[in-house]
Design a protein around this ligand. Structure first.
Ligand code: NAD
Length: 433
């Protein structure tokens, strides 16, 4: 199959490369000329484990191409996949300007029948909008539009694509259905075929449900702290029930990243626009907004209300490990709040620090984990990178005097920390001193 993928971000690039690795000829297209030039030379714009090698392999094997030119990208494509960004507007709605621009460019270069499929996360009705835009330009409807939302997770994006749990296909014609089933056959047996509106809704419902699980366990954690229960054990006890499941029950500083925050607010807006008040998701957002500041409260408590001039070593900046994505990472709110309270912040995150500095004013970072920790008054864990999980606590004990750790990711055992003489505050568990 010949495929043109529009947008070479976290989704478009990974999907395009995986589709090419499965034997398809894929041209990845982006309006960012610098990005495309770099990609042609094997320079990858994002951090995603395994991606550099897979791009190089498929370029060398003659199946993967990059361009900024719609005519070139689309000329022999059977399938055009839209994977451009849909960032949130100020009011929480999805901003569809990039989708609309891509649809217009596609229309201007539509030379024969093609399936135009949207992989970007888009509000219900966007497929119909794209169809309208293209039809208006080309003056006929001898093409198909379809929806194929993406479920990959940054940090394990290649694995998630190659081993996808399901593909969701929203279609209006049997021809489009056949093409999209053929595309996904090497990756999964679970192909959900439905109409475009339902497919668009599946993506928002999935992300909002996952966000709900996180905010739910975080509220349980907050109550655990007040009643002397341990949220990690509560989650373990809950998770054996297959109706609940063990995943996404890790209490912490809440969700961040480029998807959950924007997709929950977009779903609330989608509902609002048809006169429905989506109460649960509104509360999920409110809980999440407060949760990230729990670690600030815990630091304030550790220092009896005064963080002025306290040296805080912040471990991890990205919203989760194995990514450099800083979009809506809790650190973006937490660090300025600590600075406002007078704390002196030095952070460590070799992968995300560059993107973080663009979002957090006056952020100082260090190149070595233990040098960042040395002589700090407290360590604050915001991202559970393997390096942080494997922290040598004995070494830490020798580098700091006050041995205070506030852990937003619950990566250490409080009993073990107590035995080793740490002041250790985590989420939904007893603080040991
Ligand atoms: P991104 O911002 O990383 O990449 C978008 C790319 O599209 C950029 O390179 C940009 O230059 C390009 N672009 C913008 N307008 C264009 C145009 N008119 N023509 C060609 N290229 C254009 O975005 P992303 O994180 O890959 O997300 C893309 C979509 O996938 C979003 O709707 C997002 O919600 C959804 N999604 C993202 C993830 C994720 O983990 N990042 C997971 C599932 C779904």
């Amino acid at each position: 199959m010949n495929i043109c993928v529009i947008g070479t971000g976290y989704v478009g690039l990974v999907s395009g490369v995986c589709f090419s690795d499965a034997g398809n000829k894929v041209t990845c297209l982006d309006i960012d000329a610098q990005k495309v030039e770099n990609l042609k030379n094997g320079i990858i714009p994002i951090y995603e484990p395994g991606l550099t090698e897979l791009v190089e392999k498929n370029i060398n094997e003659g199946r993967l191409f990059f361009t900024t030119d719609y005519a070139e990208g689309m000329s022999d494509a059977d399938l055009v996949i839209i994977a451009v960004g849909t960032p949130p507007k100020e009011n929480g709605e999805a901003n569809l300007q990039y989708i609309e621009a891509a649809a217009r460019s596609i229309a201007e270069h539509l030379n024969d029948y093609k399936v135009i499929v949207t992989k970007s996360t888009v509000p219900v009705g966007t497929g119909a909008m794209i169809k309208g835009v293209i039809k208006e330009v080309v003056g006929h409807d001898e093409f198909d539009v379809a929806s194929n939302p993406e479920f990959l997770r940054e940090g394990s994006a290649i694995h998630d694509t190659v081993n996808m749990e399901r593909a969701v296909i929203g279609v209006e014609s049997e021809k489009a259905e056949a093409i999209l089933k053929e595309l996904h056959a090497p990756f999964t047996k679970n192909i959900v075929v439905t109409n475009i509106e339902t497919s668009e809704m599946i993506k928002y419902a999935s992300n909002a449900f996952l966000a709900t699980k996180i905010s739910f366990i975080n509220e349980v954690a907050n109550v655990c702290e007040l009643v002397g229960a341990d949220v990690t054990k509560v989650a373990e006890g809950m998770g054996y029930d297959p109706r609940i499941g063990p995943q996404f029950l890790n209490a912490g500083i809440g969700y961040g990243g480029s998807c959950f925050p924007k997709d929950t607010s977009a779903l609330v807006k989608i509902a609002d626009q048809v006169g429905y008040d989506f109460k649960i998701v509104k509360d999920v957002e409110a809980v999440n907004g407060l949760q990230r500041f729990k670690v600030v409260d815990k630091l304030v408590e550790a220092f009896n209300g005064d963080l002025k001039d306290k040296k805080i070593a912040v471990l991890g900046l990205a919203f989760k490990p194995n990514t450099d994505d800083m979009r809506d990472a809790p650190s973006v709110d937490v660090i300025p709040k600590l600075q406002e309270l007078g704390a002196d912040i030095l952070a460590y995150d070799r992968i995300a620090e560059k993107n973080a500095k663009a979002l957090i004013p006056n952020l100082r970072t260090g190149d070595d984990l233990y040098e960042v920790i040395q002589n700090s008054d407290a360590i604050l864990i915001l991202t559970e990178w393997d390096e942080v999980r494997e922290l040598d606590l004995e070494k830490v004990s020798k580098l700091v005097e006050s041995k205070v750790i506030v852990d937003g990711r619950n990566i250490f055992d409080p009993a073990h920390m107590e035995e080793n003489g740490f002041y250790y505050a985590s989420i939904g568990r007893k603080t040991v001193t």
